[in-house]
Structures are given as structure tokens and as C-alpha cells.
Ligand binder design. Sequence first.
Ligand code: NIG
Ligand code: FE
Length: 395
Amino acid sequence: MSGTLLVDNIGELVTNGAGEGPLGIRRDAAVLVEEGRVAWVGPSASAPAADRRIDAGGAAVLPGFVDSHAHLVFAGDRAAEFAARMAGERYTGGGIRTTVGATRAASDDELRATVRRLRGEALRQGTTTMEIKSGYGLTVDDEARSLRIAAEASEDTTFLGAHVVPAEYADRPDEYVGLVCGPMLTAAAPYAKWVDVFCERGAFDVDHARAILTSGQTAGLGVRIHANQLGPGGGVRLGVELGAASVDHCTHLSDADVAALAGTAHSDGSGTRTVATLLPGAEFSTRSPYPDARRLLDAGVTVALATDCNPGSSYTSSMPFCVALAVREMRMTPAEAVWAATAGGARALRRDDVGVLTPGARADLIVLDAPSYLHLAYRPGVPLIRQVIRNGVTQ
Ligand code: NIG
Ligand code: FE
């Protein structure tokens, strides 16, 4: 829809820019939207006229959530595996191969329908930017088509051909890594912005991960990595070594890992160049200990929160759920959690056009059915997202 849009009568506006506290809060505020961008932010009482108006009625308004880690291209589900875990079984990542089988057997349209369904589900819960990974195809053609389908739904697509060694390569992992670094990367790169590796015992070791990530860099992709989810290891330090935008999971960290992340701090005090993205939905759904966000924050590391939406370890698309978990289980304050789910996610994707509500930013806003962002953690499980505006368009 063309013309200007004014969202006014906002009781509490989270800008993540200028304003009160780390969330840049403004009270009794208004936001003017023009051509999909934020054109003006200021007091509601002195707001300019606009073609259309949304009266927030004193409610809280936030930047749309930026979910920087999700695996949406898959077929089937693993509800039975979840039930077995809740009955005491451990999560090992071994179930990935089950989803690979179902994904390979699915048609393009089936995969597309799943991506649309989950992307829509996330949008209704306030997610206006969502990264999408491949990783359940694991052949040249299935990875390329996964990314082609992901690119229909997101600007931030990630090649995860190194999710697990597929069964047909089980006794030839080096050969599989050669395939990922060569023909698979060539086929995937036109549809991908990022490259990722599941660097973990039982998946890919540090040497394999380094080979794959540096090949991706040579092909023009940015680096992110699944690291230190199931146990300690060298994944986080490898991510730092390669200048990764984000190291994801970070559940089992040594002091050296935390120091390496802290060592990527920008000199202007604006946080770290490599972000630690925490995925509490995975700990919830695998009944694992949560990462210690407080330890990272106290060391000055920039933290993001994301859903990790996938059929195995975290089948949730809900950023509000992750915010609530982070506050209750990971010792984040509500303000830190909301920042991590918005501006933090943007930092993990190296984007400055989303995650903030300042002039020039993309007009991605959520209006809460609540007077304050605090309610996202205070009222867990309650559908508090009253209205979503993405790119200036009401959804
Ligand atoms: O981020 N850890 C690796 N990948 C996913 C899980 C994938 C699956 O179990 O299907 C994750 O948790
Ligand atoms: Fe993941």
C-alpha cells in the first residue's frame, strides 16, 4: 500500500536506538512509515499527519524479531523422537538422517508449503526477518533446491551441506567433505548468503569445518557455525578465527572460548564482531542444560537469541517463547533478551536495516497486546503479538 502510515499513541516504544536505557525506550511515542521505511520517530503529541493511522492505544511497540537461525526446509516430523527424549533418551543429532530421507523424497511443492507454513507461523508471532538454512538434502541437487526454495522466503539463506555425513558416505567422510567444498558449494552458492557447519562430535570436526567454511568464504559466502552444542570443542574458536558473523548454540564454553569471543570486540564499545547466538528452544526440547548467557554478557560478548526452528532439536517458531526461556533459564534480564531477539539477531546477520526502529530502518514493527516489552517474559505462552507490520505493510 502506498502513502504514509502513522503508528501513534504508543505507550512504550522500543527503538534499540536513541532513548532510555539499552532498548532506547521512548514513551508516548509515534512512528511515521514511508515507502517501507521508518521516516520519523518522536512524541505522539507532535506527530506529522499521514495517509493512514494505527492507534496503538497505549500499548508497547517493538522492532520485529530477527530470528537469525532456523532450518525450515524439511519434510516429516520427529515427534516420536521427542517423546522418547522426554522419556529419558539423549539427543545426539542422529535423527537428522531421518529428516534427510523424508526431505529427499518430498516434492519441491511439499517443501515450499512447509517453509511457507512455518514462515507464516513465525510472522504471526512477530518475526519479520528470518534466516533459513539448507541441510536436510545433503546431495548436490537436494541442497541446491533447498536453498532455491529458502531464497523464495528469505534474503538470509545459509548453505548447511555439512549438517551431518549422510548415510551413503558414512565410511567416507573425507570424500563427503570434498563434495561439500566442491560441486555442492558451486550448486548452492548462487542461492546462499552464508555458509554453516555443524561442528560437533558425530558431525564434522574442526579440520573438516575449517575446510568447508574457508571454501564458502572463497565462494563469497559469510561464515556462521553450529558450535559447542552437545559438548566442548574447538568450534567457537574456529568461528572467531574465521571472522564468523555468529557462533551458534554456545552451550558448552571454556574460559578460552569466552575470551576468544570477547577478543572480537569493536574498539568503539559497540559489542563484538562475532556474535554468540543462543538457542534455548534446543535446550528445552532436548532437555539439556541451558547456555550461560550471563557469563557471555558479563564478558562483553554480543548475544543474539534465535529459535533454531527444526523438526529434531527445537520445533518452535516462537521468538517470544525464546525470550521467556532466556529470562527464566539463562539469567538474561528482560531488556537483554528483547535486545538479543531484535538488534542482536540483526547483528548476527550483519544487518543494520532491521532490529531497530530509527529513521531509515526497514519499517518492521510489532504492536503488543501489553503495555510493556516486559510482558513477553512475564506472560509466557500468551499470544501477545496484536499486530505485525513488515516493510511498512500490515500483515
Ligand atoms: O541446530 N545441531 C544441529 N542441527 C540442528 C538440529 C537438527 C536436527 O536434529 O534435525 C540444531 O539443533
Ligand atoms: Fe541449528
